[in-house]
Ligand binder design. Structure first.
Ligand code: SAM
Length: 274
């Protein structure tokens, strides 16, 4: 019987955000794979956890994953943590989890904090669907190329950004996505200086340009504004009828979607054209 790999979330700032279950499992596993063992030793000692720690980070991921799989296959259970938040979310862990899945080793999530989810939950931006892209490219050229791809995104785009790059990043967003695009910036979540800025990108640039920007950040770019369709509903119905072989049913569906109207309303207008 192989053991279990527990993927365990830890606090992103506030130590009270550790779950009871995380503490119990971290005490019970035979060892804990941690990104930075010195950092994690301090965190774990706060909860009285003395379990053996080994390093698992982006530079030794492949080699360590092989070692850990061997232990798991022998029946040991192992906890995986990162420096903060949920492992594998813009953090190491993917290789190990993926290897476990291939080898039939059980992987169990012990959920808890993640900066992106915490930021979304308080942003006031649409969250029914969102796109998380990890860290933005560090240099302007790559960042602008990336922004071109999300310029017309209809969902909130979430990313992590370093404080020293925030102003140039906001300037690039203005350049590509426009100064009026909505943005929310969560800083130092769960910590003493927590704040959430919400407004247009131009307002964000003005606000953050005022002083030194410190701490950790999550950027949430609001969905692109819906393009207003040109002309009337009747124009759109006639155009599709003339230019396509679509059935009336399909035409009505498309026009209703384009104008954000109920199908029954568009159906009524179509009757006058038939
Ligand atoms: N795995 C982590 C998670 O689930 O949140 C994220 C790890 S990623 C290497 C670290 C980045 O997350 C930081 O650079 C920052 O952008 C964001 N972050 C982490 N803690 C944060 C906090 N308390 N407030 C705002 N952003 C935070």
């Amino acid at each position: 019987m192989s053991g279990t790999l527990y993927v365990i979330a830890t606090p992103i700032g506030n130590l009270e955000d550790m779950t009871y279950r995380a503490v119990r499992i971290l005490q019970e596993v035979s060892q804990i794979a941690a990104e930075d063992t010195r950092h994690s030793r301090k965190l774990l000692s706060h909860y009285g956890i003395g379990t053996h720690l080994i390093s698992y980070h982006e530079h030794n991921e492949e080699f360590r994953a092989a070692q850990l799989i061997e232990k798991l296959q022998k029946g040991e259970s192992i906890g995986l943590i990162s420096d903060a938040g949920t492992p594998c979310i813009a953090d190491p862990g993917y290789r190990l989890v993926s290897r476990c899945r291939q080898e039939g080793v059980q992987v169990v999530a012990v959920p808890g904090p993640s900066a992106v989810v915490a930021a979304l939950s308080i942003s006031g931006l649409p969250t029914d669907a969102f796109r998380f892209v990890g860290f933005l490219p560090a240099k302007t050229h790559g960042r602008c190329q990336f922004l071109e791809q999300v310029k017309n995104e209809q969902q909130t785009v979430a990313c992590y950004e370093a404080p020293h790059r925030l102003l140039s990043c906001l300037a690039d967003i203005i350049e590509i996505c426009g100064a009026d695009r909505l943005i929310a910036i969560a800083r130092e979540l769960t910590k003493r200086h927590e704040e959430l800025f919400s407004g247009s990108v131009a307002e964000a640039l003005e606000y953050f340009a005022q002083g030194p920007i410190k701490g950790e950040l999550v950027l949430l770019l609001g969905p692109a504004p819906q393009q207003q369709p040109e002309g009337t509903v009747k124009d759109a119905l006639s155009r599709l009828r003339e230019e396509t072989d679509l059935s009336w049913k399909e035409i009505i569906k498309r026009v209703a979607k384009e104008f954000g109207l109920p199908g029954s309303e568009v159906y009524k207008e179509s009757l006058e054209l038939r």
